[in-house]
Design a protein around this ligand. Structure first.
Ligand code: ADP
Length: 258
């Protein structure tokens, strides 16, 4: 089976542009007999304007893949490209800048700053980059995430789902090349989780964003264009237009093999 994920891009029939590409990425922790191969010879490409779920049993390498793809961790071997930027060749300072300006992050814990308002939290990546918020864009994203009337509130005044909406708006504000989401619905009830997944879906479909999401939840994966499966640090398959049932079937096969 091909280890390359090719999902339908925004232009039907055209070969989609690649937002993120991993080529033969290996990430080994430790040395000698105790070495752990968290990723082994993994190649994957995430097309622009697509929503991908990264799935697999616990310990299969999902977080390591996300961290290597986002420039948070360095592969032991292989290369990672974000657009044309070669992450492996970048210095720590260059990587920090790339993460700030070209990557959006959404985590299970919302990671908002409690002393800042909703608007200040959303625009924080721009301020850190020394850029001025574009008022029209700010209005559009706060409206899209349903928080236009709450921009002056503090995180403690918001529900979990609303806090995750702020985190998504914060990820969108720089118009990044890609948004990496790590179990973004892990702390939410099923109804709120569905709203958040719908919002990520909209970011892809309406705004042309690229979203790569680590999740263990087949229902979450059913919102995506493709699921990429990992097992033991290797690509174990992919599924276009995944359904929750098919994802569950594939995952149970991987769990029993793990
Ligand atoms: P997943 O996200 O699928 O649960 P991870 O990417 O977190 O998997 O981990 C893959 C493997 O690498 C696991 O065996 C894990 O124990 C190991 N691992 C991850 N991070 C480290 C680390 N910092 N030091 C040593 N081993 C690690």
């Amino acid at each position: 089976m091909s280890a390359w994920v090719r999902t339908a891009g925004p232009v039907p029939g055209a070969v989609p542009e690649t937002a993120v590409r991993l080529d033969k990425v290996t990430r080994t922790y430790g040395r000698g007999a105790g070495a752990v191969h968290a990723l082994h010879d993994v190649s994957a490409a995430f097309a622009r304007g697509t929503f991908t779920a990264v799935m697999g049993p616990s310990g299969s390498g999902k977080s390591t893949l996300l961290h290597c793809a986002a420039g948070l961790d360095r592969p032991t071997a292989g290369s990672v490209h974000l657009g044309t930027a070669d992450l492996v060749r970048m210095s720590e300072t260059q990587l920090a800048r790339l993460r700030r300006e070209r990557v959006g992050f959404v985590f299970q814990a919302f990671n908002l700053l409690p002393s800042l308002t909703v608007a200040q939290n959303i625009t924080l990546p721009l301020r850190l980059a020394g850029r001025r918020p574009d008022r029209a864009w700010l209005t559009e994203i706060t409206t899209r995430v349903g928080l236009a009337d709450r921009t002056k509130r503090r995180p403690a005044e918001l529900s979990g789902g609303q806090q995750q909406r702020v985190a998504i708006a914060r990820a969108l504000v720089t118009r990044p090349d890609v948004i990496f989401a790590d179990e973004p619905t892990g702390a939410l009830d099923p109804d709120t989780a569905r709203d958040i997944l719908g919002l990520l879906r909209t970011a892809v479909t309406d705004l042309g964003q690229t979203v790569v999401m680590v999740t263990h939840d087949p229902v979450a994966a059913a919102h995506t264009d493709a699921a990429l499966f990992l097992s033991g640090g290797r690509i174990a398959g992919h599924l276009a237009a995944p359904t929750a049932d098919e994802v569950t079937r594939r995952l149970s096969g991987l769990w029993s093999a793990a």
